[in-house]
Design a protein around this ligand. Structure first.
Ligand code: SF4
Length: 179
């Protein structure tokens, strides 16, 4: 699917390419790192107490389910569903769960479902700030810096410069928007 006005072409657009598994893995590393760092912030920030363990594990589950949420509710509407042209490999994965849906609905599905995963970027920051207000821990501070660096800078950069830079539907793809 090319979500562009008829007759318009992207000057930076390159031929659709197939990604290797190594490229797909590379594209997923910042997201995986974000989930791990976020869970560590919640765990260490709450002094490894039961509530911290519960929040930390819940965050990892949320991050995992969030990816599946996109795979289930968005990828079947994507042009790259079932192909090796999805930079993160979700498009191939989605085939195991749902059949191909109307590509015309992709934009609407994105708008509807993207808010579901946005809290992944926010929850650890709030948890870390609250923790630091009560106890200025160097470890939590370092984890916070790494989390912000990864999720707010590296992750969007990897998508924009590496995986999806020339994708014709980059303006509406969930990963491009939130990464
Ligand atoms: S490009 Fe985005 S929407 Fe399309 S299959 Fe990949 S992750 Fe899903």
């Amino acid at each position: 699917m090319v979500i562009m006005d008829k007759g318009r072409t992207c000057s930076r657009k390159k031929e659709q390419q197939d990604y290797t598994h190594l490229q797909e893995l590379t594209d997923n590393i910042p997201y995986i790192l974000m989930v791990l760092l976020g869970s560590l912030i919640l765990l260490v920030g709450l002094d490894l107490k039961l509530v911290g363990i519960v929040l930390s594990v819940s965050y990892v589950i949320y991050g995992t389910l969030g990816a599946f949420w996109i795979i289930w509710f968005v990828c079947p509407y994507c042009n790259f569903y079932g192909t090796r042209s999805c930079p993160c490999g979700y498009g191939q994965f989605a085939v195991s769960f749902r059949s191909k849906q109307r590509e015309e609905d992709f934009k609407g599905k994105f708008r509807k479902h993207i808010p579901v995963i946005v809290p992944l970027w926010i929850v650890p920051v709030i948890g870390g700030i609250v923790s630091l207000l009560f106890d200025l821990s160097v470890i939590v501070l370092v984890l916070m810096v790494l989390f912000i660096l990864d999720s707010y800078i590296i992750l969007p950069l990897v998508s924009k410069k590496y995986g999806c830079a020339h994708c014709p539907q980059k303006d509406t793809c969930p990963w491009m928007k939130v990464r």
